[in-house]
Write a protein that binds this ligand. Structure first.
Ligand code: UGA
Length: 446
């Protein structure tokens, strides 16, 4: 492919993946037009105020200057770019299967600018989509336009909180394509990284994305299940898992027990695999168990708290952490938010704190949830506090001051992040998810 023509890139969808892709490519000197349907979001993006907390992203967008511009798909036609990256949401739909309606709308928009579309206008699906989607999109575009437009599956592996860094230095670049020229064109476009490139067919690339997230989720559920048993047996969960992870065949990452995984990707992708398995008559038993263990963790932390407080009605509970993990202000499928909701439903008096989530970032249905800006203030008068997100402000909590602020003495550690000795020295009782007895294990350094 003629690299001069790769100069203009379109990115459709100004969410997490789209913005990181747009900014990341503009940073490499390419001219990028980013599209979305939401005028409010576009206006904020033009001011380089992005809806998510992502280190370096706004600065990099500012530095790209005029190379990165923002446009509304409802007002502008598809500009016939060399590459069109589609990064629209594929939310969990019926029975866990991803809903592809937004992807379909983008294809219709592309088809509206039909006149000159050809094999020089590669469409790149960056959203997470089930195997067969790129092939379907290719046929759909052909049907709508009547010409050959390559459709490539190029899943991303960005982690929230370090997404721009992951874009610059990905672990691998995965290109699924039935058209060799298009695959090589995309590989050349991404030549700014030294990451290994895998070129394969579209279904293999699409499924590999699910496989990666599902494997991470499965490890977390494994760690959680083993940690619960360890608590029952009086073993130290962290040392036990550290010992497991030191086997180089296993590795120590994603073996941290806690309240379970959340976010917009892992839960959705595990559910999608369960659904795909049912449709293909290949039951995904490990995925089902992974889901069940994850749900159990959230229920169990509430039971632990209810047992220790002898009921939740009227008890004041501080939920520390609403983001689904530290380093982000994303509350999608957040364990902390779900726990706060359930405590409210059970009649508890709930106050919350988070380092990045403010009440305006919560869904409208959570309007009655009180979010307090200072962690110690959130503890004032509390019968108990639950750690749901391991923000440094909470991991390093001044336990003596916490003990002064609280009415009760109960701390529930949903992330195995607090040092039990420090807590007990301050007169606080620390319990973890799997047990309602205070823990006495020595803390383990990484
Ligand atoms: C995840 C994957 O890690 C990315 O590779 C992928 O690109 C992305 O989904 C996506 O599909 O777009 P992300 O959703 O940002 O990234 O979240 P992770 O950092 O993987 O964390 C997921 C959840 O697992 C969090 O709730 C975290 O607290 C939890 N977790 C993680 C644990 O409970 N224990 C661990 O040891 C690690």
């Amino acid at each position: 492919m003629d690299m001069a023509k790769t100069d203009l890139i379109a990115v459709v969808g100004c969410g997490y993946v789209g913005l990181v892709t747009a900014v990341g490519l503009a940073e490499q000197g390419m001219r990028v037009r980013a599209f979305d349907v939401d005028p409010v979001r576009l206006a904020a993006c033009r001011e380089h105020q992005f809806p998510m907390l992502e280190p370096g992203l706004e600065d990099a967008a500012r530095a790209a200057g005029d190379r990165l511009t923002f446009h509304n798909v409802r007002e502008e036609a598809w500009p016939h770019p060399a590459f069109t990256f589609i990064a629209v949401p594929t939310p969990q739909g019926d029975a866990g299967y991803p809903n592809l309606s937004m992807l379909r709308q983008v294809l219709m928009w592309i088809a509206d600018g039909r006149s000159r579309a050809s094999s020089e206008n590669v469409i790149v699906i960056r959203s997470t989509v089930p195997p067969g989607t790129a092939r379907w999109a290719h046929a759909e575009i052909e049907r709508l336009i009547g010409g050959e437009v390559p459709v490539v599956a190029n899943p991303e592996f960005l982690q929230e909180g370090r997404a721009l860094q992951d874009f610059r230095e990905p672990s691998r670049i995965l290109i699924g394509s039935e058209n060799r020229g298009a695959a090589e064109g995309l590989r050349d476009l991404m030549a700014f990284t030294s990451a290994p490139v895998i070129i394969t067919d579209t279904s293999t690339a699409e499924l590999a994305k699910y496989g990666s997230n599902a494997y991470l989720a499965m490890r977390i559920s494994f760690a959680n299940e083993m940690a619960r048993l360890a608590e029952r047996e009086g073993a130290d969960p962290l040392v036990m898992l550290q010992a497991v992870g030191l086997d180089p065949r296993i590795g120590s990452r994603y073996l941290k027990p806690g309240v379970g995984y959340g976010g917009s990707c892992l839960p959705k992708d595990v559910a999608a695999l369960v659904s795909m398995g049912s449709a293909a008559n290949e039951p995904m038993e490990l995925m089902r168990a992974t889901q069940e263990v994850n749900e159990l963790q959230r229920r169990r932390i509430i039971r632990t708290l209810a047992d220790a407080l002898e009921g939740l009605g009227g008890r004041r509970v501080a939920v520390l952490g609403l983001a689904f993990k530290p380093g982000t202000n994303d509350v999608r499928d957040s364990p902390g938010l779900q726990i706060a909701r359930e405590l409210l439903t059970a009649g508890a008096d709930v106050v919350t704190w988070d380092a990045a989530v403010t009440s305006d970032l919560l869904p409208a249905a959570d309007a009655e949830l009180s979010v307090i800006g200072d962690p110690l203030e959130a503890l004032r008068g509390a019968d108990a506090a639950i750690l749901c997100t391991e923000w440094p402000e909470i991991v390093d909590l001044d336990f003596s001051r916490a003990a002064e602020m609280m009415k009760g003495t109960l701390l529930v550690d949903g992330r195995y992040a607090w040092d039990p000795l420090r807590a007990s020295n301050a007169g606080l009782d620390l319990v973890r998810i799997g047990t309602s007895r205070p823990v006495r294990h020595a803390a383990v350094s990484a």
